[in-house]
Design a protein around this ligand. Structure first.
Ligand code: HEM
Length: 481
């Protein structure tokens, strides 16, 4: 009887699967592409290299289409001139449910009352105005301290080798950690330890998100998480920061909501990743592009030299070339996937007025990396790094880009869409700028192999913020005398 029961269950399951698989496109829904494999659909191709897959789908279907991936129907919208308008409906297009899923998978964290909108508003307050000025000046001090010979374990003029990615990521992580998490654990040995564990965890993040970690990886991730949770325990954080800072305020908020101590610790790792997971990799790409593009490097160097006699707070202003280099770098490497859950059937309009129906229970994804950022109709030779792409002939910032004669609202969307902008963006820009200018002025830094090329992108990271390289770029560096 047991055997018969199993067979019946299996048949029932199969019937449900087939019924579900029978979804067909309704009247004004986007083109539907279910893929060949029942239920799974395009999941494997999507997960392996989202940019390649979605580019292929865009060529096949245009700026909007629905694909199936692991039982879920995902409508992908790639018409960048309507992103803001479509995503402004924060009620019917809900961002919390999928965020909850990811939090559970990646951070083993349950925050049922988590409200990204109010959180972002609060964060905005702490990352602007005088708070931002203080944060930036503390960041500059921390970075200055970290690049002293004693902190780097290096004698003046002594050459050392490293991978550029590791070099940039570890330096900016430590700087950001000291600045935002301002903690008692601030001697260089334990900072290095924290970075190592964070990096291990970060490397597995896409697999954790897709639940494709194997047994060994699962163990590595768990162990890294456990250590980080312990180190990040809120009570061990600096007392002074507890009242005024964004992080202190966040912890207070969790406590007011009645969140238990264990969950608070886990939430700290989420915030560590949100605040430290992108700027380091971005700084790597900026320096990587500069080191492999001699003319860009020369012009940026001249600009930094020119600003040297200015006061520290003035130095970062008026750097049009660097700003263009950064915009160009972010255009090429910022690849967050913006995901919403459709709460009710809903009409949306593309920028040409065309109307489409979204179906309740589906997901909506917007992927600015493909359009506008890598859209050949907006940016000529989009895969090329052109340091002056965001510069006008007169040296001012170039803001006018066109697609089929229509001005593009945003030629690049590294910080998210209008209703969902990164609150830390000014701080991030300031930190990247400071790191690059310190490296170019205080260090001799060159490629070990003068003909080395930038490593390729690790395709599994599409969807998770700033891309990371598959491999590294070997550099030799020394502190200038
Ligand atoms: C190059 C560096 C960075 C990039 C490209 C970046 C990009 C983004 C994007 C696209 C989002 C929106 C994600 C979403 O909700 O869909 C976001 C959120 C956020 N970012 Fe950044 N970010 C960077 C650095 C930073 C830094 C340095 C900080 C703070 C020190 C920061 C703090 C935040 C916070 C607090 C959120 C809100 C997260 C939430 O609760 O939903 N970011 N960032």
């Amino acid at each position: 009887t047991l055997c018969r029961m199993w067979t019946a269950l299996l048949l029932l399951g199969l019937a449900v699967l087939l019924l579900y698989a029978r979804r067909t496109r309704r009247g004004n829904e986007p083109p539907l592409d279910k893929g060949m494999i029942p239920w799974l659909g395009h999941a494997l191709e999507f997960g392996k290299d989202a940019a390649k897959f979605l580019t292929r789908m865009k060529q096949k279907h245009g700026d909007i289409f629905t694909v199936r991936a692991a039982g879920q129907y995902i409508t992908v919208l790639l018409d960048s001139n309507c992103y803001d308008a479509v995503l402004s409906d924060v009620v019917l297009l809900d961002q919390t449910s999928y965020a909850q899923v990811l939090m559970k998978r990646i951070f083993s964290l349950n925050l049922p009352n988590h409200n990204p909108e109010s959180e972002k508003k609060r964060a905005e307050m702490h990352f602007q105005g005088t708070a931002l000025t203080q944060l930036c000046s503390s960041m500059q001090n921390n970075l200055q301290h970290l690049v002293t010979p004693s902190q780097m374990g290096l004698k003046v003029s002594e050459w050392k080798k490293d991978g550029l990615f590791n070099f940039c990521y570890s330096l900016l992580f430590k700087t950001g950690y000291l600045t935002v998490f301002g903690t008692e654990k601030n001697n260089s040995a334990s900072l290095a330890e924290i970075y190592e564990e964070f990096h291990q965890f970060d490397q597995l993040l896409p697999k954790l998100a897709r639940t494709t970690v194997n047994k060994e990886e699962k163990q590595i991730a768990s162990s890294a998480r456990e250590k980080l949770w312990k180190w990040l325990t809120p009570t061990r954080l600096d007392r002074k920061s507890e009242h005024q800072s964004w992080l202190g305020n966040y912890v207070q908020q969790l406590q007011d909501e009645g969140v238990d101590a264990e969950t608070q610790r886990r939430a700290m790792l989420l915030q560590l990743w949100v605040t430290q997971g992108n700027a380091g990799p971005a700084a790597f790409w900026v320096l990587g592009y500069l080191l492999t593009h001699p003319e860009a490097l020369r012009v940026v160097r001249e600009e930094i030299q020119g600003g040297k006699h200015h006061r520290p707070e003035e130095r970062q202003k008026n750097t049009p070339v660097f700003d263009s280099v950064l915009s160009e770098t972010l255009r090429l490497t910022a690849a967050a996937l913006i995901t919403r859950e459709v709460k009710q059937d809903k009409k949306i309009h593309l920028s040409n007025g065309q109307e489409y129906q979204l179906r309740q229970g589906d997901r909506l994804c917007v992927f600015p990396f493909i359009s506008p950022q890598m859209d050949p109709q907006i940016h000529q030779q989009p895969e090329m790094f052109q340091f002056d792409r965001f510069l006008n002939a007169d040296g001012t910032e170039k803001k006018d880009f066109f697609k089929e004669g229509v001005r593009v609202k945003c030629p690049s969307v590294p910080w998210g869409t209008k209703d969902n902008l990164c609150p830390g963006r000014q701080f991030a820009i300031s930190a990247i700028k400071e790191l690059v200018s310190i490296i170019l002025t205080r260090f001799d830094l060159e490629l070990c192999d003068k003909n080395a090329k930038l490593p390729l992108v690790d395709p599994s990271r599409y969807g998770f913020g700033i891309l990371q390289p598959a491999g590294d770029l070997e550099i030799c560096y020394r502190i200038r005398s």
